[in-house]
Design a protein around this ligand. Structure first.
Ligand code: AMP
Length: 658
């Protein structure tokens, strides 16, 4: 049920609506002009979504600050975008609206949507300003004249710092996904940016969740804002079903495959906690013949664009992503979101599941958990106010049956190109002359079925009972990388979480400075002012060498063998506990060497997974993700950046942990 609640608004538009009843298009009824209505009609928008219905008339007044609490995928962009197009004076070619959002992807999406909405509006100019792309091109576009600027905070600040933009004519500022911007540490940047805009501008804030920080922004920056709540606060999209599967940690990857196989038409985003796990899972899926690829902050912008393009065009079935990389992604008809690992922060779950069930469609959000994580499911249920269904992983037989009938339906429904196929029919009939109709059908069906049957004939039951934690000690990171403490040297480093390092940051830092690949790094144990990490014995010297004269924020970075300096965890430290990686993919039988039952290259990702990238990030710095890249914001010797992919796997200190 959708709850709509409006406060602080004098509904003067109600009378106007009556007069407008004569008009037929519901967007016109809301007060949108013909040019824009025609453009949204071309996009297939026939009726406004609930948030559009509620907010467009309010925002069209142009006189209020506004807080919209709404999930992603509800039509937020048009909810603020259409009124903006009505309020802006397009005869004046100066920035009149500024939209700030957390990621490059979202920035591009919003700019693109606005360009589409305004395609019939004369002299309308929208620019997207985001990090990691050529700043000169963006500056050029700004110089040529724009009315709407869509930006990520880091790059926006950079451009403001260059005095390349004048915001004195800005009348509207939109803070989209405000909770995410704060979680990513953009509070100060937003303050700085807003201080360059006029005091009498109107601020419209949209957020999926309403933590105290967002409330504070609303309080500090807004004057008696109109508040619109779609759904209960923090509630997930009503169109999404939530399910969980309990498996032993070592069976996670097998469980993922089984879920995918049981849903032949799946088009899903699979979330992992770290870049490393994301890459791992994607690589193993590709090797096993699935049409998958990874999206995380260690990829270059170009690689990420390519991956997203393939996913958007449905040339890829499974997008394996980190939270940060997938944030704000708007791809239609995603059938499933799969939480391969639960997020570190509870609120990330809402953002993850919001990738499916968009624009009125239904979707399923799946959590693959071990029985120890059941408490987290109960917490999620409380927070989003929805019950999760405990689902059972299908048996091998179930999967085979499902695949068989999926094939049968496909054969039945396939569009036949008579003109082309007719010429071959006589020869085909000849080939089958010795077979009965029944035999031919059996053989066609067996073509695909045999591969699944072969693989699944002895497949074990992967469902684990509550309390069954066997395998948990093998760790659950990634798809299994054959690691253990054997053969690893444990090192101390005088940097930690107080230096704003996440595990992902630390991994990049070690790889970049130690000039080693991510595969050589074992467990990373992030502490406050220091951390421990493991590297393979034979690269330990290289790492010492690489860190000889590395500084971080003016401080000499120090590496010692753990125990050498008598620090904290010495000889007696606990090893081989819950965080070891499992040796390979436990559980299910796989055919070796990149074959898998999925077999041939036809199903494979055309990008081929492109191997491991973390080692290739030369130059000792972090690769930026959505915001400031080193070239447009130089200086920092490879420390964690606020705007970008290095925060992957757990970002804000402010976030609510489990
Ligand atoms: P948003 O929440 O703005 O990211 O929108 C989510 C998705 O819904 C996008 O793919 C939009 O194109 C689509 N959408 C937005 N408004 C409508 C509408 N009124 N009718 C149909 N689709 C819509």
């Amino acid at each position: 049920m959708i709850i709509c609640e409006i406060r602080n608004i004098n509904l003067t538009f109600a009378a106007q609506l009556k007069i407008k009843r004569r008009m037929t298009n519901p967007f016109q009824l809301l007060g949108i002009s013909d040019d824009v209505v025609n453009a949204v009609k071309d996009l297939g928008f026939e009726t406004p979504t609930p948030i559009q219905e509620q907010s467009i008339p309010v925002l069209l007044e142009g006189t209020n600050d506004f807080v919209g609490l709404a999930q992603t995928g509800t039509g937020k962009t048009a909810a603020f975008g259409l009124p903006l197009l009505e309020l802006i004076d397009f005869k004046v070619t100066k920035p009149q609206a500024l939209i700030l959002c957390p990621t490059r992807e979202l920035c591009l999406q919003i700019a693109n949507d606005l360009k589409n909405f305004s395609k019939n509006v004369a002299n309308a100019h929208v620019v997207a300003v985001y990090g990691g792309a050529n700043i000169m091109q963006q500056l050029r576009e700004i110089r040529q004249g724009v009315q709407i600027v869509v930006a990520t905070p880091g790059r926006m600040l950079d451009i403001i710092g260059r005095k390349a933009i004048d915001f004195t004519n800005v009348k509207y500022v939109v803070l989209d996904e405000a909770d995410e911007m704060l979680n990513m540490g953009f509070q100060d940047d937003i303050n700085d940016i807003l201080s360059t805009t006029p005091d009498d501008k109107k601020t419209w804030l949209f957020s999926a969740t309403m933590p105290a920080e967002v409330r504070r922004i609303a309080k500090n920056y807004m004057d008696n804002p109109v508040e619109l709540t779609m759904g209960t606060k923090n509630t997930g999209n009503v169109n999404i079903e939530h399910e969980y599967y309990i498996v032993r940690a070592r069976d996670k990857y097998a469980a993922l495959k089984r879920i995918v196989d049981f849903n032949p038409e799946i088009f899903a985003v699979v979330f992992c906690k770290t870049k490393l796990d994301t890459q791992d899972v994607a690589e193993h899926l590709i090797k096993d013949g699935y049409n998958a690829d990874a999206l995380h902050g260690d990829l270059s912008q170009q690689q990420r664009d390519k991956v997203m393009q393939r996913f958007r065009e449905r040339n890829m079935q499974l997008l394996i992503a980190t939270d940060v990389a997938a944030r704000g992604i708007d791809v239609n008809n995603v059938t499933h979101v799969i939480n391969y690992s639960l997020p570190d922060e509870i609120e990330s779950y809402t953002h993850r599941s919001g990738r499916t069930g968009r624009a009125g469609k239904t979707g399923i959000s799946i959590c693959i958990i071990n029985s120890k994580e059941l408490g987290k499911i109960r917490q999620l249920e409380r927070i989003i106010g929805k019950q999760f269904t405990k689902a059972e992983l299908p048996t091998g037989f179930d999967v085979c049956e499902k695949q068989l009938f999926s094939l049968v339906h496909k054969v039945h429904n396939v569009e036949v190109n008579n003109e082309q196929i007719d010429q071959y029919i006589p020869r085909i009939m000849d080939e089958f002359a010795d077979l009965s109709k029944e035999d031919v059908i059996k053989r066609f069906a067996s073509l695909e079925f045999n591969r699944f049957l072969d693989y699944y004939s002895k497949a074990p039951d992967l469902n684990a009972a509550v309390g069954d934690d066997r395998g948990a000690d093998r760790g659950e990171r990634g798809a299994g990388r054959g690691r253990g403490s054997e053969g690893y040297t444990r090192l101390f480093i005088n940097l930690g979480s107080v230096d704003e390092f996440t595990r992902g940051d630390m991994l990049s830092f070690i790889c970049n400075n130690g000039k080693i690949g991510g595969k050589s790094v074992g467990k990373i144990d992030l502490k406050g002012v220091f951390s421990f990490f493991e590297v393979e014995d034979d690269v330990a010297d290289k790492v010492f060498e690489g860190f000889k004269s590395v500084e971080f924020n003016g401080r000499q970075v120090r590496i010692e063998k753990s125990g050498d300096g008598g620090r904290g965890e010495g000889a007696g430290e606990r090893r081989g506990g819950g965080e070891r990686r499992s040796g390979g993919f436990g559980g299910e039988r796989r055919s070796g060497g990149g074959g898998g039952y999925r077999g041939g290259g036809d199903r494979r990702s055309s990008g081929g997974g492109s191997g491991r990238r973390e080692g290739g990030n030369s130059g000792g710095g972090f690769r930026d993700f959505s915001g400031r890249s080193r070239d447009d914001k130089g200086g920092n010797a490879g420390g964690p950046r606020r705007e970008g992919g290095n925060r992957e796997g757990g970002s804000g200190e402010r976030r609510k942990k489990w």
